[in-house]
Design a protein around this ligand. Structure first.
Ligand SMILES: NC(=O)c1ccc[n+]([C@@H]2O[C@H](COP(=O)([O-])OP(=O)(O)OC[C@H]3O[C@@H](n4cnc5c(N)ncnc54)[C@H](O)[C@@H]3O)[C@@H](O)[C@H]2O)c1
Length: 581
């Protein structure tokens, strides 16, 4: 699935050999086998929290911002320090409670309970508006946590690369006969997630023009090899695209609201166009024309001139995308709420664009499959290799094998060694148990096992993950809450719920969890429970919505889904145990 990538990367004019660079081997988290806490679950939580804020991993660690606009790992420096202290003192029969990035209590529980419970940016629904949120945030009451920023399980741009690749592969399959060879993609944003676009696109055979307003971010991605060429010059960027003999990603330092209309005026054709600016956060995440990244970082909510500029830029940007669509370009929204924001800014037709999950990713999610990931807490890259081999052995496919091969060859470390791959029910527990066994045998150090919040049951987001559900259940948020409760009941090492995710406050409720595999029997119990029932709930969610793939898979696994009518041996048949294997 992943073709071999060409070895030469071009930065400005100068060619360079090699894949994506490991910028450093050092991590912000402690590494090695020494505990600084009273157990590995606490140590794992501490290392993952600090890994989120590693300068290699986080977009703006000084402001505690990890990714996705202002997605933070802790409320403020004092809260971070208090969290670290609480984790260091936390007993194996206690649970630390974290309220929107701030530790608020340590309560007696028991070893099988989670060590940490996290809730972030949750606001009573009728009050859950952007305006209220930023007022509460200024009053020191809450924090924006994106998904895995506040859930302490972000693994950097590499974490989204497989997803971005799959999305463009699905686009190739659906619209371009299976490959994007020779095609051109226009997009914007080279942040934490958007930084993966260049690779995701070129791996599919296309070339990309990626417009980024913040020169520092563009250089960061170029320096680490996530884009092939970097320029400030519009004409040069187009020349680089035109002259590229192999799939090439060109980063253009500029504002997409300037560049996209210019491309329309100049009749420059793109086969596909999308966007990964952090448009879900119009205050800090979408830089309007005439302003800098520093302006966007420091703007206050009442700044009317800034607000007006944002609306004008959104209108120009979306107007250009719609004009391209009118000329035959495939345009879709890439999970950043651009459509609704542009529609609110007065652009008719913005809501007609498809969203990437509904259009391309739903078939994967409806099989109960989602993005599983793990972090090697030792910091040793050799541990990562051994875990990949173990996962391949129990759940490998040729595609996964090619992905690991490519990732090994091409993607350097960002913080602690980590990997992501797509697994479903029956695979996630098997992979986790195999990894725990390696730890038990002393072959590797402890590993944090988990997943993204963007999983079948764990998110309700009507303009992204649950857009256009078959049964109209797009905004039904019981599922992520049930998912969090189930994972807490099963004893995940930590469980996080949040509001806002990638699309903004009031628009998404989501949850995540992590289990620390330290080789113990307790870890084995937790892995068996959590990684069986978590994806099983994903199947239940999609079966409940009437997706045939989910119903079929649930039947195959003998899940007990009492709400589903079915013949003997199928979901819902009384007496089916739905037991953990
Ligand atoms: N595609 C996915 O799977 C996925 C997953 C998670 C999040 N998202 C969403 O994608 C968006 C991007 O996420 P991220 O983590 O990369 O965010 P980020 O905040 O790290 O990066 C956004 C980037 O956009 C740039 N930018 C802002 N306005 C611009 C403009 N007008 N022109 C050009 N560049 C501009 C910023 O300088 C920044 O580098 C977010 O809305 C996020 O919620 C998508």
């Amino acid at each position: 699935m992943y073709p071999r990538i060409r070895g030469s990367l071009q930065r400005d004019a100068g060619p360079r050999r090699g894949g994506i660079t490991a910028t450093a081997t050092r991590s912000g988290a402690p590494t090695g086998s020494q505990l600084s806490c009273l157990g590995w679950e606490q140590e794992g939580a501490l290392r993952c929290l600090l890994n989120n804020l590693d300068p290699e991993v986080a977009e703006d660690p000084g402001a505690l911002v990890v990714y996705g606009g202002r997605g933070k790992a802790a409320r403020d420096p004092a809260a971070l320090q208090a969290t670290v202290g609480a984790l260091r003192r936390l007993q194996n029969h206690e649970t630390l409670i974290v309220q929107s990035g701030r530790p608020v209590a340590v309560l007696p529980t028991h070893p099988d309970a989670p060590r940490v419970l996290i809730s972030t940016a949750m606001i009573v629904p009728a009050w859950s508006t952007d305006e209220n949120f930023w007022a509460y945030e200024r009053a020191g009451l809450t924090m924006y946590g994106q998904m895995t920023a506040a859930g302490w399980f972000y693994i950097g741009t590499q974490g989204i690369l497989g997803f971005t690749y799959e999305t463009f592969a699905a686009i190739a399959q659906r619209h371009f006969g299976g490959r994007l060879d020779g095609r051109r993609v226009l997009t914007a944003g080279l942040g934490g997630m958007g930084g993966a676009q260049g690779r995701g696109i070129t791996y599919n055979g296309a070339s990309a023009l990626i417009v980024e307003a913040d020169e520092r971010r563009a250089r960061r991605r170029a320096d680490a090899g996530w884009v092939d060429c970097l320029t400030r010059d519009y004409a040069e960027a187009l020349r680089m695209l035109d002259q590229a003999k192999t799939p090439t990603s060109v980063a253009l330092i500029g504002n997409i609201a300037d560049v996209a209309p210019r491309l329309v005026t100049d009749s420059v054709h793109f086969d596909v166009a999308t966007d990964q600016t952090a448009a879900h956060d119009l205050l800090h995440g979408y830089i309007p024309v005439g302003y800098t990244a520093a302006d966007a970082a420091s703007v206050t909510p009442g700044d009317q001139a800034y607000g007006k500029a944002v609306r004008q830029s959104l209108a120009a940007h979306m107007g250009a995308l719609l004009a391209m669509r009118g000329r035959g370009t495939l345009v879709f929204e890439y999970g950043n709420n651009l459509r609704a924001q542009a529609s609110d800014a007065g652009v008719p037709g913005a809501l007609d664009l498809p969203g990437f999950i509904a259009a391309y990713v739903r078939p994967i999610l409806s099989r109960g499959v989602g993005p599983y990931r793990w972090i090697c807490l030792s910091g040793d890259p050799a541990d990562l290799r051994r875990t990949e081999d173990a996962v391949l052995e129990v759940a490998g496919t040729p595609g996964m094998s090619r992905w690991f091969e490519r990732a090994r060859a091409d993607i350097g470390a960002q913080g602690l060694p980590a990997r992501i791959c797509w697994l479903g029910p029956g695979e996630r527990d098997a992979a986790g148990l195999a990894i725990n066994d390696l730890v038990r045998r002393g072959a590797i150090g402890p590993v944090a096992l988990g997943r993204d919040h963007m999983d079948p049951a764990s998110v309700a987001s009507p303009s992204r993950e649950t857009e256009g559900m078959l049964d109209g259940s797009d905004a039904i948020a019981d599922w992520p809450v049930l998912s969090a409760m189930l994972n807490a009941a099963q004893g995940a090492s930590w469980v996080a719920v949040g509001n806002g995710g990638g699309v903004g406050i009031g628009r998404s409720i989501h949850s995540g969890m992590v289990v620390i595999a330290d080789g113990s029997d307790l870890a084995e119990r937790k892995i068996r429970r959590v990684f069986w029932t978590d994806p099983a709930l994903g199947l239940a969610r999609y079966a409940d919505a009437g997706y045939p793939d989910a119903l079929g898979e649930a039947g195959r696994l003998n899940l007990n889904l009492p709400g589903q009518p079915g013949p003997p041996g199928q979901p819902g048949q009384p007496g089916q145990p739905g037991a953990m294997p």
